[in-house]
Design a protein around this ligand. Sequence first.
Ligand code: PXP
Length: 238
Amino acid sequence: MTKLSVNINKIATLRNARGGNIPNVKTAAINCELFGADGITVHPRPDERHIRYRDVLEIRPIITTEFNIEGYPSDSFIDLVVSVKPDQVTLVPDAHDAITSNAGWDIIRYRLFLTDVISTFKKAGIRTSLFIDTQRSNIENAPLTGTDRIELYTEPFAALFNTDAPRAVEPFVNAAIIARDAGLGINAGHDLNLDNLRYFHQNIPWVDEVSIGHALIADALYLGLENSIQMYKRQLAD
Ligand code: PXP
């Protein structure tokens, strides 16, 4: 079964646009779980423009499914994650000013750094995942860092999907086979939506978890949050 982790950063973006506490991020996390999400993802960025470090601390005790924290492993991020102890941490090579994550790790270049950071998280009992693209050298070298999982950066799949779906998914299938054979768990995320998710899932049904934010929260404007989550879950059902 591929799990759906709902990224609630966009709820915080909306809240922050006005100040105050509407919509309430904690309530949103509780409701996402009630509506069928298998997990909650947050991505605190250094400028705290969406989820704030304080949100992460407040959300932790109310999560009853899986809690995934994504981000660049700066010292303050590492301290936050180790103190919060989520189920999973996803390491992303975000530039400080990135609007959204726009690349995966160059594993060969950052191997020693990642190995060190991952061992800190593993000692704290936290499952680790590395955000990477489908390049063979990245997938093949990922196990050397000690990571439990990789998260495939699916933006290139989403970008090509409407033009040529088989060509769009092919590198992801190949990467996922290499990762599976190496014993890595596999997550996926970025620009997955109601149009492309079923196709992605049917081609790589052994993905452990997809993490979806932007499109799902945008769909919720029209469909409601409960319907949206249920519709995304249905894409993963067969
Ligand atoms: N995975 C990672 C590492 C991300 O940074 C993001 C965006 O914050 C996502 C998944 C979700 O992408 P989207 O918002 O396009 O669904």
